[in-house]
Write a protein that binds this ligand. Structure first.
Ligand code: BTN
Length: 226
């Protein structure tokens, strides 16, 4: 594992994609930034993070012979790796509230603590490489009003955390999970946010009520009408 630190970059994902395209050695490289000027979220969202307060980093990961049909395992492994890290840092009683909101947001209770943005490259029938971008709220305690339900480690525990130690810790958790992709789907389902609850979801543009039952082999959410 190699960790590179940047003071400022537009987006660590964009930087990592450039590094990947230029060619790199190893199977796991981490690019961490103190400040992103154009942090990207899922869809067309931006990722806002106060300078020097949180973790904003991207990993370039090269899986060993992973078929394209199994690509969801990367996203599940990354979500679990971040959840493992958060559980390891928090006290017992809060630990049980760490959940994974499908497809890959990390929640504590009903609040989002981390977001994940994965950009894959395929070669033939295999996944060639993945750029895994992760934002984890660590020491930030005030957030913009437009961010729906944010939380940070500091808001949960009252403690201040050393970012460099946190980065090494989460990268180790991620690497361990990414090296054991076979076992991730079951564990991912076990801590799925709102598992067995009836929720409102968007099905082809229509808001409907469905019970969340798990995810299938392709990482799609399984729901039922009752
Ligand atoms: C989301 O929940 O919308 C995904 C957020 C992903 C944010 C991280 S921060 C580091 C990396 N670089 C980016 O530009 N985005 C990801």
């Amino acid at each position: 594992m190699k960790i590179l630190h940047l003071d400022e970059v537009d987006s660590t994902n964009s930087h990592a994609k450039q590094t990947r395209d230029e060619g790199f050695d190893g199977d796991f490289i981490v690019i961490n930034a103190n400040r992103q000027t154009g942090g990207r979220g899922q869809g067309d969202h931006v990722w806002e993070s106060e300078e020097g307060m949180n973790l904003t980093f991207s990993c370039i990961f090269k899986p060993e012979k992973l078929k394209i049909c199994d690509v969801c395992k990367i996203s599940q492994a990354v979500s679990l790796g971040v959840a493992d890290f958060i559980k390891a840092v928090l006290e017992n009683e809060i630990r049980d509230n760490v959940k994974l909101k499908w497809p890959n947001d990390v929640y504590v209770g009903d609040s989002k603590i981390a977001g994940i943005l994965i950009e894959n490259v395929f070669k033939g029938e295999f996944v060639d490489s993945s750029v895994i971008g992760i934002g984890i709220n660590i020491n930030q305690v005030e957030f913009s009003e437009w961010i729906p339900n944010p939380v940070s480690l500091k808001l949960l525990s009252g403690d201040e955390y050393k970012l460099d130690c946190m980065l090494v810790m989460v990268c180790k958790s991620l690497y361990t999970r990414l090296k054991h992709l076979d076992s991730v789907t079951g564990e991912y389902c076990n801590i799925l946010y709102q598992l067995n609850e009836i929720v409102e979801i968007n099905v082809e543009g229509k808001i409907v009520q469905r019970r969340i039952l798990g995810v299938d082999d392709f990482g799609e959410l399984i729901t039922s009408n009752s």
